[in-house]
Design a protein around this ligand. Structure first.
Ligand code: NAD
Length: 431
């Protein structure tokens, strides 16, 4: 190794140690985001961001992601801007310390920070506590789950033309079957509901039937579609597709579609156009095209007519399935970022789970959380840093520097999560 390469290696190592130490919650002189009366955010240059490490692989990928995010901020703004990471307890770590998985103090801290980022948290199936993710989304009214999904050249994909994928899914986050209105078949509530349905509506359910309720409201559907259209306009995207199962569930899924179209026609009259109007010859110049598709058809459309889809607005359960299926086309969940965004608060997160079998080994792929950090930087208006981050990640994948999940498919050497972060940082440059 040359002296020059050695000294660069030493520089990088000491830089990384310094940056990793910055995740310490003792970072001083941090300012908090201020929320103005019109709900707009005032972002200080010396900014506190809430930070939940997460369970399982959470601490590993969080460490890597924070290092990468700190580096791109430093490169973009030198000493002018920086993030102080406020560690907030949730999940197993919180339970060990407080006996609660999501103590009130943590909710208060998330509120104070306004914008936060989190690693994955465990949700036991069946019995046990309610999903912490769902609790946070409902507590802070984070009604839009936003997932941008696009392809990074070099990443192995199961489809022929993954480069055609460039979609952003806006999934309603607070109602539908995830609202948690559900009872076990033998509970008093289920018995009462079955009796009520039989007596008042002549709907007969057998005694072994559990019941879940699917609420979909006009207000919540329209605010989600509004956010999707605003995003399409701000980012000069071509279309917004309302995805629904309205042929079967007319008054919930079907209503979502109708309310979505109504909103576009009233609030965005001059900026949107319906696909059927377009087909009749109306001019499309500078307008966002509003389409709708039935969910099952949409699953094949994203595979067969991939580049015809752009922004997708959909109900909760559809969005859950669809966003994972689209992410699979570009290499899987490990590469898809996510943000839970409301009118004031936002929590960005890795969209995959805790992958317990890889916990503590520094082998997991931190890309999803790194990209969620990029989304967060765009959300607070630190676009230059986000561009540096995404460009460096693109170069890293193009050079086939990958963690074990992709290395075994590409048949190249697997990097640890920390080594992967180092490779990303090495490729950062000011445009
Ligand atoms: P998972 O995402 O943890 O794992 C699915 C598969 O993907 C596994 O094979 C895993 O090894 C692999 N994988 C996931 N992330 C990876 C990464 N970054 N790098 C390399 N490989 C990765 O899903 P699961 O096993 O269904 O769930 C485990 C736990 O995570 C459950 O308790 C579940 O509730 C929770 N979960 C949390 C979130 C969240 O906090 N947002 C999301 C999904 C699941």
């Amino acid at each position: 190794m040359t002296a020059c390469a050695e000294s660069f290696g030493y520089y990088l190592k000491s830089r990384l140690t310094f940056l990793i130490n910055k995740t310490d919650s003792t970072w001083n002189s941090m300012s908090y985001i201020q929320v103005r009366e019109d709900s707009k955010l005032e972002i200080p240059d010396d900014l506190t961001i809430g930070f939940i490490e997460g369970d399982g692989i959470g601490p590993d990928i969080s460490r890597a992601a924070v290092t990468v995010i700190n580096s791109c901020i430093e490169l973009a703004y030198k000493e002018k801007r920086r993030i102080g990471w406020k560690k907030i307890l949730a999940g197993d770590a919180a339970f060990e310390k407080t006996g609660k998985h999501l103590p009130q103090e943590s909710l208060d801290e998330l509120k104070k920070c306004v914008v936060s980022i989190k690693g994955p948290l465990t949700t036991p199936i069946g019995e046990g506590f309610r999903s912490l993710n769902v609790t946070m989304r409902q507590y802070f009214d984070l009604y839009a789950n936003v997932r941008p999904i696009r392809y990074f050249p070099g990443v192995p994909s199961p489809v022929k033309n993954p480069e055609k994928v460039d979609m952003v899914v806006f999934r309603e986050n607070t109602e539908d079957l995830y609202a948690g209105i559900e009872w076990r078949y033998d509970s008093d509530e289920a018995k009462k509901l079955r009796w009520f349905l039989k007596e008042d509506f002549q709907v007969k359910l057998t005694d072994d039937t559990g019941i879940g309720i699917k609420p979909i409201s006009k207000f919540k559907s329209q605010r989600l579609v509004r956010k999707a259209i605003q995003y399409a306009l701000a980012n000069r995207r071509k279309s917004v597709t309302l995805v629904h199962k309205g042929n079967i569930m007319k008054y919930t899924e079907g209503a979502f579609k109708e309310w979505g179209y109504d909103l576009a026609a009233t609030e965005f009259k001059d900026q949107t156009i319906r696909e059927d109007e377009l087909q009749q010859g109306a001019p499309a110049a500078w307008r966002v095209v509003m389409k709708d598709r039935i969910t099952d058809n949409m699953f094949q459309q994203v595979l067969t007519r991939t580049d015809e889809y752009d922004i997708i607005a959909t109900t909760n359960l559809n969005g859950d399935y669809l966003s994972d299926a689209i992410a699979a086309q570009v290499g899987g969940l490990g590469l898809a970022p996510g943000g839970n965004i409301g009118d004031v608060y936002a929590i960005f997160e890795a969209v995959h789970g805790t992958a317990p079998k890889y916990a503590g080994q520094d082998v997991a792929n931190p890309t999803s959380l790194i990209l969620s950090g990029g989304m967060m930087l765009r959300h607070i208006g630190w676009t230059e840093a986000a561009n540096i981050l995404e460009e460096a990640l693109t170069l890293t994948y193009a050079d086939q520097k990958v963690t074990q999940d992709l290395a075994r498919v590409l048949k190249v050497k697997a990097l640890s999560g920390t080594e992967f972060a180092t490779e990303v940082i090495k490729r950062m440059k000011v445009p």
